[in-house]
Design a binder for this molecule. Structure first.
Ligand code: AMP
Ligand code: MG
Length: 531
């Protein structure tokens, strides 16, 4: 902050691509409260726009990079600051409905109804352009995209600038769109004249684009206003086929959709399946990457966050309210650019309502790379291993801890349980002493009774002896994957029961378990190699 002025400046040297000289630009950052708009700030910003300069401002969708839409030169500056190809047209923002007639011609009658319902708001409509609109703004097209934002700061600025403000998202081309003034400053600080900081945006994804030059109107980009919402107002609308069909060779009708937008630095892949499969698949992928020394990021939700043990996990919001996910998506993608991750796995979201827009942006960020969760999940046969002994005080917990120390190619939940446990007891002290002599500990394990419920197909149950196995089969009908540890590892010996014996008896038991868990690890690891 510059003392006494309430202004913050970002200075940057940059290379101007047009005339090849090094320039210095100061970006003024001004805070603005949409509930109490400071007219002095708005007039200052409006004056800059009228002079052909660039001002970034908040809208309800994302931050926009404003320029006077009727000045060709201002459009050129916009493209230069964003590093955006100039055949990618800009959306003109208006604040008053009557102004539409000044920039569009042959406006179809349905427009009134749509505007009455959705303007001001996150809807962009495409019309034939009037002569007032320079080709620089429309990327050479004879059509013009128009939106009336609902954010009061945006409205005040548009009026102060003369009524027509072109505004693409205020990010560097190819980066996630900005949802805070900080994001804008990261990308465009030193390259534009001013940033109005109005805090975080509400929606977080760009507007829905509806082409009004065709009948019925066609959705070119999904957003917060959905096909179902249009339908209630004007009847059926079409959707650009290239949006539905990722492999389409055809160019999308909204030119901007052809560029690989919103791309994070790391490789992003979307894991698709039902949510349980997605979690399991991402767990497997994250564990495998961790084991190979890779750094993984995970895009998860409040509901699924606790399931991940490896990788940098970020919460995109709650599945109960998709608005929270729309609002956080770009922030999360940007945050991953600051993290040292080489791969990001994302859960997927239902393609319904707002989910359409969320998945559309996520797929673009991922360059349409998806992984079928079921294909990954089927590669892992067991996910949970339970060692069963009589009292869960010595052999079971020892086997479990020994296995946890093995190099396992897949992630397992490793537990031990007892057949006769009346109340929780700490582990046998001699068992603990032997474990400690091998630099391990049973810690504060307390015995737990085996419970036949919650046993899934992917649980492997390993009894420490034949009698425990028989008891399990007799007491719990329908149990699958029950073996003795010896049997499962192809060993014809038995694990000695140390109960009541001297320390040496526990030592012998340890030796046997050590050998068997080593074989067990090999066997478990071999399951991945078979596939
Ligand atoms: P942005 O400003 O980044 O939110 O993106 C603006 C996008 O609106 C462009 O990239 C195009 O996809 C779309 N658009 C703008 N004008 C037109 C137009 N005349 N016809 C079709 N799509 C347009
Ligand atoms: Mg954009």
């Amino acid at each position: 902050m510059i003392p006494g002025t309430g202004r913050r400046l970002i200075k940057k040297f940059f290379f101007d691509a047009n005339d090849g000289i090094i320039q210095v630009m100061e970006t003024i950052i001004r805070k603005i409260d949409k509930n109490q708009i400071d007219e002095t700030v708005i007039n200052e910003a409006g004056g800059l726009l009228k002079a052909g300069r660039l001002v970034a401002f908040p809208t309800e969708t994302v931050y926009g990079l404003g320029a006077d839409a009727l000045q060709e030169e201002a459009a050129k500056r916009t493209y230069a600051a964003k590093g955006r190809p100039s055949d990618n047209p800009l959306i003109i923002h208006i604040a008053d409905y009557e102004d539409l007639k000044k920039i569009a011609v042959n406006i179809p009658p349905q427009t009134d109804m749509l505007a009455a319902h959705f303007w001001p708001g996150p809807l962009t409509m495409i019309f034939e352009k009037s002569e007032n609109v320079p080709y620089g703004t429309t990327g050479g097209l004879d059509t013009v995209a128009v939106r009336m934002p609902s954010d009061p700061v945006a409205q005040a600025l548009i009026r102060a600038a003369g009524g027509f403000v072109s505004a693409p998202s205020a990010n560097t081309s190819g980066r996630p769109s900005p949802t805070t003034a900080q994001h804008v400053a990261e990308d465009l600080g030193g390259k534009i004249d001013m940033i109005l900081d109005g805090g975080s945006v509400d929606i977080g994804l760009e507007s829905t684009i509806l082409d009004m030059t065709v009948s019925p109107p066609m959705i070119l980009r999904p957003g917060a206003i959905t096909a179902e919402m249009f339908e209630k107002v004007i009847g059926p609308v079409d959707t650009d086929r290239t949006l539905l069909d990722a492999d389409s060779k055809q160019a999308p009708k909204a030119p901007g959709m052809k560029y690989r937008h919103y791309a994070p630095k790391a490789r992003l892949m979307i894991v698709e399946g039902d949510i349980r499969e997605e979690i399991l698949a991402i767990r497997q992928l994250a564990y495998a990457a961790h084991r190979e020394g890779g750094k993984v990021g995970i895009i998860a939700t409040s509901e699924t966050l606790p399931f991940y043990n490896y990788g940098i996990v970020k919460n995109a919001g709650t599945r109960e309210n998709e608005k929270t996910i729309a609002r956080s998506l770009y922030r999360v993608l940007r945050e991953f650019d600051e993290e040292d991750v080489d791969t990001i796995y994302s859960e997927s979201f239902a393609v319904q309502g707002l989910g359409n827009a969320i998945m559309n942006r996520l797929e673009k960020a991922a360059g349409h790379e998806t992984i079928r969760a079921a294909e990954i999940v089927k590669l892992q046969k067991y996910r949970r291993i339970i060692f069963v002994s009589s009292s869960d005080c010595a052999r079971g917990p020892m086997a479990a801890e020994l296995l946890r120390h093995r190099d396992l190619k897949q992630e397992y939940v490793i537990d031990s349980r007892g057949l006769v446990v009346l109340f929780p007891e700490p582990v046998n002290q001699k068992a603990e002493a032997i474990m400690r002599s091998a630099q391990m500990t049973l810690g504060d394990h307390t015995s737990q009774k085996f419970d036949g419920a919650n046993i899934q197909e992917d649980t492997l149950i390993l009894a420490v002896g034949e009698s425990q196995k028989q008891k399990l089969l007799a007491e719990y009908s329908g149990l699958k994957n029950v073996y003795t540890l010896n049997e499962f590892t192809g060993d014809d010996g038995e694990i000695p029961n140390p109960y009541g014996g001297a320390l040496a008896a526990y030592g012998e038991c340890f030796e046997a378990l050590d050998r068997l868990t080593d074989r067990l690890a090999d066997k478990l690891n071999s399951f991945t190699e078979e596939e």
